[in-house]
Design a protein around this ligand. Sequence first.
Ligand code: IMP
Length: 211
Amino acid sequence: MHRRITGKLVIATHNPGKLAEMKELLAPHGIEAVSAGELGLGEPEETGNDFRSNAAIKAIAAAQAAKLPAFADDSGIVVDALDGAPGIYSARWAGPTKDFTAAMAQIERLLRERGARTPDRRTAHFVSALCVAWPDDHLEQVEARADGTLVWPPRGTAGFGYDPMFLPDGHTRTFGEMTSIEKHGLPPLGLGLSHRARAFVKLAEICLEPR
Ligand code: IMP
């Protein structure tokens, strides 16, 4: 049986970009979102082998610490020509200073080393795994992806992370050139393009009261 979220929900992320996106997505459903940062919760080590288990590790740790239902996501970019790298290590590739200009340059360097210059050799997808954990150990989990190709040089200053390098399939502008509504807004306002927006639609179907 799926369980609905009501009342307060802890958002177990310390990434301000993701927190802002999630607050925007949850607001229409009347959920009061409090961040793990506001509650002074620590960040558990992400020891899972895939996005799904890392999301669960973060949600379970926050739900246990806050004694409230907690939401976590794990996400990243999977580059086909790099055998799926950086994948679950997408944040780590940017280093302690969170330098995504350097992380994107690293991807480009490796793609060139492999001779991946044409769009068909530069395919990639973002993945978003979402998990809601309750203090009694109940879990709800969903996953979605956004497919595209990687461009060089990066384009646009909107968004975060690898957005300026990612051209979603069927579009002429990168995520870095799109407004937040275009990238992750849900219909009728946006197109629900991003991996997180798509995963969120799935989660809303099973865990949220209709808008
Ligand atoms: P984590 O989910 O906090 O482990 O980190 C995921 C990392 O993947 C982020 O720090 C970004 O580098 C990257 N990432 C995830 N989603 C997006 C996105 O929508 N745009 C750009 N980069 C993203």
